[in-house]
Write a protein that binds this ligand. Structure first.
Ligand code: SF4
Length: 352
């Protein structure tokens, strides 16, 4: 039996949900998958542009599967969390080869694809195939925890299970895709994280958090992430207009993206005239190079790490330190996929 909550939400969706997104109403599982993977990483406004670029360049999953990996990484540049991009490529190839380019149709098969968790699998199943799987993202957890005044932490196994059960009970089994999109839109537009619009909310009379004055304290999170701090010192060393770049390894942040010559330290470094010689000798084994200038410190917040980045410009090349790097002209750097802060710095340098 359809609950009052579900009926009211669908009614709101029909009459008052004007949230637009390019993938809304989409039934192509490839496009839904792409949009969900992009949206895990960014806000809708920014994700929209990336989604359109990807669809234009790779209109089908076969086109994405056959693309050069560097080309896909370049398009992904700026979205961060590059493992998602790696998984995207891997899964596109798998579907292209093993499923002849057709997205699998069952929850279990979709869930088994690399990079597809329960949320994305439920989104693809319900939007593309009308299968009765409830999505549970941050928006859904917030709406449910407030409506029912649930204080079980959303970031623990018990909470995950509970929210998933409630979401499944409330799901409209006939139009699961419409219902899923509606509750996410409602969370994003009305039951917002900081200032929910309770005054204009259709649930105001029934919502327990609103009645009990708990909207600011729900949902509850138990964990506080202690972020690791890292200092990346990039040395832009080149002769004329060439610089040295290398591809980062597989097992760290920004996997497979390019970067300049890196020295990572546990603390910020400052290279003064007095310690310059010692520093260069320690890191490059050579002291006949000079620092031309250094940038300010940039800060990049990742989910589990904070990376502080500084760029140092040197005059010439310490030959013995270049193993693994390749020489690229500044004007050709645009062809390489860099992590967001490095790409921004290159753009900024190009303007000066
Ligand atoms: S009354 Fe407020 S807290 Fe409750 S569902 Fe509506 S917007 Fe969210």
């Amino acid at each position: 039996m359809t609950s009052d909550f579900t009926k009211m939400l669908l009614h709101w969706n029909k009459l008052r949900n004007f949230r637009k997104m390019p993938w809304k109403g989409e039934s192509d599982p490839y496009k839904i998958w792409l949009s969900e993977i992009i949206l895990q990483q960014t806000r809708v406004e920014q994700g929209w542009a990336y989604y359109e670029l990807f669809i234009r360049q790779f209109p089908t999953i076969d086109k994405l599967a056959k693309a050069r990996e560097d080309q896909v990484f370049k398009l992904w540049e700026g979205l961060g969390y590059y493992n998602r991009c790696k998984n995207l490529i891997h899964t596109a190839k798998k579907i292209s080869l093993e499923y002849k380019g057709k997205f699998p149709h069952t929850y279990e098969e979709i869930r088994n694809l690399k990079g597809i968790g329960p949320y994305t699998a439920a989104a693809i199943c319900s939007f593309a195939f009308k299968l009765p799987y409830a999505v549970v993202d941050g928006n859904v957890e917030r709406v449910l925890s407030r409506y029912f005044a649930i204080n079980t932490p959303v970031d623990q196994a018990e909470g995950k299970k509970l929210y998933s059960q409630i979401a499944t009970n409330l799901l409209d089994k006939i139009e699961p895709g419409i219902y899923n999109q509606a509750i996410m839109d409602f969370g994003a537009m009305i039951c917002k994280p900081k200032n929910p619009l309770c005054g204009e909310c259709l649930f105001a009379d029934d919502c327990q958090a609103h009645r009990l004055g708990l909207t600011q304290t729900l949902p509850v999170k138990s964990k506080k992430i202690v972020k690791k701090q890292r200092w990346f010192n990039y040395f832009i060393i080149g002769e004329g207009k060439d610089v040295l770049v290398r591809k980062r390894g597989e097992n760290d942040i920004w996997a497979n993206l390019f970067e300049f010559m890196l020295i990572e330290t546990k603390n910020p470094i400052s290279i003064s005239e007095e310690n310059e010689e010692q520093f260069l000798k320690q890191h490059f084994g050579k002291k006949s190079i000079d620092i031309l200038r250094s940038s300010k410190e940039y800060k990049q917040e990742l989910t589990h790490q904070t990376v502080y980045i500084k760029f140092f410009h040197f005059t010439n090349l310490p030959v013995e330190s270049t193993v693994g790097y390749k020489r690229v002209n500044w004007k050709d750097l645009k062809d390489y996929a860099f992590p967001k802060p490095i790409a921004a710095y290159i753009r900024q340098e190009a303007k000066t």
